[in-house]
Design a protein. Structure first.
Length: 575
């Protein structure tokens, strides 16, 4: 058991981040290098990490950060490519043809489209795609980031076609002899048991997520509306509930009968078809249209380098005589043609992750791998073709002939992309390096890492009410690593062991872990940095995290209460 001194030391890097970013409004670019120094000092003095291990852990983090930067670069490149061709103007006009109401646009783009992208790609891709779309529609960039991060929680647990459960739990549990034996004694295989965990995770999400679309809208109207009230959000409550139900039914049925791979995909597709169909049929439209106040009255920190509705094409799209749209270049572009890059993007993301031969090819070619970094047991890789960044680049190349881009437009798209990405590099490198030091601490001494020390202290303090905190432990892991998958890897076995010690359902508790890993993505530092980078607003990480603590608290508390109910009342006999 960890000593109070160890617990106090372990919390120092996190306390540093919280104090500087949330308390002092420091940007991640300033705060994360300080946190890295603190983590390195704690690792060296408190955990006996050698300088070699600290440097190796930092290199490991830098490789992970490069994976993220590759994705963000591709997302920004596609954004500026479409801006240069005028396609963004056409897309804006298409959405306003369904509804000019910002509340409706949040439901369609953030909850439904964002959930689809998360289910297909993961890696924090939704905010990188949806955030710029919202800005293009005229949202304040800060508001776009806040709602884009909030809306796809239900899909994160099953993101990247089930990666968090399959890689984060199934593969880890399969490598544990004791867990495999216990599961076999129940007459199950590890994949069958993980599928059951997925059903319980979906159960949490379906119940707690009932208010998720509403919360996204309410965050926007309360913090970015002229009236600073949730009353406008209540006016679209019927729409948010319909969108949730349209998503939740296929989502839950898929988790129950098809396993953890496709719940998010099928839920989002079903939700989009039903919700768009209902809106086009005239249902659920609010009586009065809601919009943000005059841009001249917005606080300066709402807007960064990319102005809302900004179009590098030179003007908004207008309707052409043939029913298409005329871009700022004077070219006629249909709505279908404007959307083709994003349609191809979604299709390629699914194909590269679902179609076996294609997935095998992209995961085995152009993979840069570094094993035994600096002689340690750490290793990492950069899968050039498999990461979503490759799909973004492919879509950029396809768009060049599709939208008749000239060399000047191509050059402008690349230069603007690099300009917007550079501020995020430092923050991401140090954020992930800090996390890796905390994860790897104790390896050379054969003792628990900083993360395990903090989690065990939580479990020891909580005792029998620990199920309430299970999701928060999962959120803690994702907050640090920015990944539901990594959180499951870090704490899935820990949750299993705590459930065994407490004699409560392992399935219920690990299901809460899987949900918690999704919740933590709301405030994961490098997710927030990446989301801000694509809307030109790097430096406002502290503000975003403070706002995201609201949906995090709701989702975590409600999941915790359900975990107590499931563990002790509804399913006490479940394995």
């Amino acid at each position: 058991m960890a000593t109070p001194t160890q617990i106090g030391l372990a919390v120092l890097p996190l306390a540093t981040i919280a104090f500087l970013m949330i308390g002092r409004y420091w940007s991640a670019t300033r705060a994360m290098p300080v946190a890295w120094v603190v983590a390195a000092a704690v690792g060296y003095l408190g955990w006996g990490m050698s300088p070699t291990w600290i440097v190796a852990a930092s290199i490991n983090g830098a490789i992970t950060a490069s994976n993220i930067l590759y994705i963000v670069f591709g997302a920004i490149l596609v954004l500026y490519t479409l801006k240069q061709t005028g396609a963004f103007d056409v897309i804006n006009a298409g959405f306003t043809s369904i509804s000019d109401d910002r509340r409706v646009q949040v439901v369609l783009l953030v909850f439904l489209m964002g959930s689809f992208i998360e289910a297909a790609a993961g890696f924090g891709t939704p905010a990188a795609v949806v955030g710029p779309l919202l800005v293009g529609l005229g949202f304040p960039p800060l508001a776009a980031v806040v709602v884009a991060l909030t809306g796809n929680l239900m899909s994160i647990t099953f993101g990247a076609v089930g990666t968090p459960l399959i890689i984060g739990l199934q593969d880890i549990f399969s490598s544990s002899e004791s867990i495999s034996s216990a599961v076999a004694q129940q007459g199950m295989t590890i994949p069958e048991w993980v599928a059951q965990i997925g059903v319980w995770a979906a159960t949490y999400h379906v119940i707690v997520g009932m208010l998720l679309p509403f919360i996204g809208v309410a965050m926007m109207t309360r913090f970015f509306g002229e009236e600073r009230s949730i009353k406008p959000a209540l006016e679209v409550l019927p729409l948010t509930l319909f969108a949730w139900a349209s998503f939740a039914v296929p989502y839950y049925l898929t988790a129950t009968f098809l396993g953890p791979t496709f719940p998010g995909l099928f839920g989002a597709l079903g939700g989009m078809v039903m919700t768009v169909g209902a809106l086009k049929a005239g249902y659920f439209h609010p009586d009065e249209e809601w919009d943000f106040g005059p841009e001249s009255e917005w606080p300066e920190h709402w807007v960064g380098d990319i102005a809302p509705g900004e179009s590098t094409s030179g003007g908004n799209a207008t309707v052409a005589a043939d029913g298409g749209h005329v871009t700022g270049h004077g070219h006629s572009m249909s709505l279908v043609r404007a959307w083709i890059p994003y349609a191809v993007l979604a299709g390629l993301l699914v194909v590269t992750r679902v179609v076996g031969p294609v997935k095998d090819f992209v995961t085995s070619h152009l993979v840069l791998e570094w094993t035994n970094i600096l002689g340690t047991s750490m290793g990492n890789s950069f899968a050039f073709l498999y990461l979503p960044g490759a799909v973004f680049l492919a879509v950029h190349l396809l768009t060049i002939p599709l939208h008749d881009m000239g060399s000047r437009e191509i050059k402008a798209a690349w230069s603007e992309t690099i300009e917007k990405l550079l501020p995020a590099v430092m923050a991401l490198l140090f954020a992930v390096a800090t996390v890796q030091i905390m994860i790897q601490s104790g390896q050379t001494q054969g003792i628990d890492s900083m993360l395990v020390v903090l989690s065990e202290a939580t479990a020891d303090t909580a005792g029998g009410i620990y199920p309430f905190f299970a999701a928060f432990v999962g959120a803690f892991g994702a907050f640090l690593a920015g990944s539901n998958t990594v959180s499951d890897i870090l704490f899935g076995t820990f949750q299993y062991n705590v459930a065994t010690d407490l004699d409560v359902s392992r399935t219920v508790l690990v299901g809460a872990q899987a949900v918690g890993g999704a919740i933590g993505n709301l405030i994961a530092v490098h997710n927030v940095v990446a989301a801000l980078a694509v809307v030109g607003l790097v430096g406002e990480e502290g503000r975003v995290i403070r706002l995201e603590l609201i949906p995090l608290a709701y989702y975590g508390v409600m999941t915790g209460l359900l975990a107590l109910l499931f563990a002790y009342v509804i399913a006490p006999g479940t394995f």
